[in-house]
Design a protein. Structure first.
Ligand code: HMG
Ligand code: MG
Length: 295
């Protein structure tokens, strides 16, 4: 069966903006996040405490958190790769972080400057110290289905990386299809191999137009948290051919059509994506945004 409610984990301000060439000022990012909360979002990934040279768009993480009007009942997690990032996040009162691991050797090197094995040396102290400080930790695994350099990712390799992250004490594991190559059968196989759908979220990119079909497969396999990005913007700067995330509006259209509650107001989401597209200088890639903003 299908769930009655799905939690949409909004990544637009982080995954959406991180690869945008136009620098968005911190005050505009804060307004973007406010608009998402107005549309009903309860979890909005706000920014990243990574090295500013690696992701220049999010170099203003401190300023943004200073400007953010944090509302009760809304969570604002941030990406943190290492202890330096954790120190920065803790200094700004962050109460939820996300670490991000790779399922493949090549992407661990390109995205984290670490090996598949040594990435854990970086995450272990981060997760331990965060939990000690009362901070919740989510974990991403990237390249769960395929990698541009290594081809399809073996299911057992993803399960091994993911179980280690859950074992550290991460509350949830987000399975990332960073380059959008997954198809629904592969999604079902991976979720079944974990045998713990309540601890999983899915993070699809729509590069090959499979994101909604993959989402439906994940829901049928028992997952109830889905990552999405306003207007379908985004991608990872360290993954060749990583294009837009699953658009929040496309996801919400499907979920509401299935009678699944999200707590989100689709018209407000579309208005926000249209506003953002004007700032970024190009139309939203979301089909639902395009359809609903016509005429
Ligand atoms: P490194 O070069 O190995 O870092 O990078 P290091 O530990 O050797 O330190 C080098 C210098 O960087 C030092 O400064 C550190 O202080 C500084 P120096 O002593 O030379 O002056 N430094 C930092 N400064 C600020 N904040 C920090 C930080 N860490 C070190 N946090 C590192 C290792 C992990 C930092 C680097 O590889 C990095 O920042 N990577 C981030 C890449 C990234 O953000 N990628 C995009 C997000 S992942 C994604 O999009 C996928 C996802 O959406 C899921 C999916 O789609 O599949 C999550
Ligand atoms: Mg992503």
């Amino acid at each position: 069966g299908l769930p009655h409610h799905v939690t949409v984990y909004e990544v637009g301000p982080r995954d959406g903006l991180q690869n945008e060439p136009v620098t968005v000022p911190a005050e505009v990012k804060a307004e973007f996040i406010d608009r998402l909360a107005d549309a009903g979002h309860k979890v909005i990934e706000a920014t990243s405490f990574v090295h500013p040279k690696w992701v220049p768009q999010l170099a203003d993480a401190e300023e943004l958190l200073g400007r953010l009007d944090r509302r009760p009942g809304v969570r604002y997690p941030v990406l943190v790769p290492n202890e330096r990032g954790l120190d920065r996040a803790l200094a700004h009162g962050v109460d939820e972080i996300a670490v991000f691991a790779s399922a493949t050797e090549t992407f661990a090197a390109k995205n984290l400057n670490r090996s598949l094995e040594s990435q854990f040396d970086m995450f272990e102290p981060v997760v331990a110290r965060a939990l000690e400080a009362g901070v919740r930790v989510r974990a991403y695994v990237s390249m769960c289905f395929g990698d541009p350099w290594e081809g399809p990712t073996p299911v057992a390799q993803v399960v091994s990386v993911g179980r280690r992250l859950l074992g550290l004490g991460c509350y949830e594991l987000s399975l990332g299809d960073t380059i959008g190559v997954a198809t629904p059968g592969h999604v079902t196989d991976l979720i079944e191999a974990f045998d713990a759908p309540d601890r999983l979220a899915v993070h699809f990119h729509d590069t090959y137009g499979q994101a909604l079909a993959n989402t439906l497969a994940a829901l049928r396999a028992g997952v109830t948290t889905v990552d999405a990005s306003t207007g379908g913007i985004g991608g990872c700067p360290y993954a060749e051919s990583a294009t837009g995330n699953l658009a929040t509006e496309d996801l919400v259209w499907m979920l509401h059509g299935l009678g699944i509650e999200t707590g989100l107001d689709l018209d407000r989401l579309v208005a926000t994506s249209t506003w953002l597209a004007g700032l970024l200088g190009r139309p939203s890639p979301s089909r639902v945004v395009q359809a609903l903003s016509k005429g």
